[in-house]
Design a protein. Structure first.
Length: 114
């Protein structure tokens, strides 16, 4: 079973930036499309960004132009660079495959507030 460990969240002011990281266990990481999901309080988890095994990317409309997803297969790690953050980006951020594995990591909290 793949284990996923997210990090890099925190408190940031509107307009600020954060870079999230997700380390995956195992040696099958490179074969999977990977995504960053987020869940805001009282809302369903949504897929914010995806990177395919070949490196193509796709973003939710709310993330386009502000977020950049990338991956380093040698390090079994996927990243999410978030710029121009808004209060509505406040959520717990998770990484997982797309479609997701059955298990989830603990997520990393991102809070955008002045």
């Amino acid at each position: 079973q793949v284990q996923l460990v997210e990090s890099g969240g925190g408190l940031v002011q509107p307009g600020g930036s954060l870079r999230l990281s997700c380390a995956a266990s195992g040696n099958i990481f490179r074969f999977y499309d990977m995504g960053w999901y987020r869940q805001a309080p009282g809302k369903q988890r949504e897929l914010a960004a995806v990177i395919t095994s070949g490196g193509s990317t796709n973003y939710a409309d709310s993330a386009k132009g502000r977020f950049t997803i990338s991956r380093d297969n040698a390090k079994n790690t996927v990243y999410l660079q978030m710029n121009s953050l808004k209060p509505e980006d406040t959520a717990v951020y998770y990484c997982n495959a797309d479609p997701p594995f059955s298990g989830w990591g603990q997520g990393t909290q991102v809070t955008v507030s002045s």
